[in-house]
Design a protein around this ligand. Sequence first.
Ligand code: ZN
Length: 131
Amino acid sequence: MEIETTSHRQLIDITASLDQEIARTGVGTGICMVYSPHTTTAIIVNENEHGLVGDILKSIDAIVPQDGYAHDRIDNNARSHLQAVILGNSACMPVAEGGLALGTWQSVFFVELDGPRRRRLTVRILATNDE
Ligand code: ZN
């Protein structure tokens, strides 16, 4: 799956795209794993509410201040790497009835922390025994 991010930091809801990938495979019951092979991005599962999206970015900024990192001597993006470490780079979710079996208020987000860039996600959908 490819994503073209459009700003330096951005949360992109990829739930519908993952559901399309699941539908394409024909898997009814199983596991969907989405993995970001980048070091300045993340995958999170939470509520797609505009205020909350801003709060998430604000909170990781508070946790990881802007300056004072050794890695900034290399390419000046230590903060992006550190925020990615905190959020994590993959999610594993149940599949049921041919789609993601998420909670009512859950969405899956790709988190850009050092964009804009062209990004690539690895998605694996595994069938398990029907219950
Ligand atoms: Zn770097």
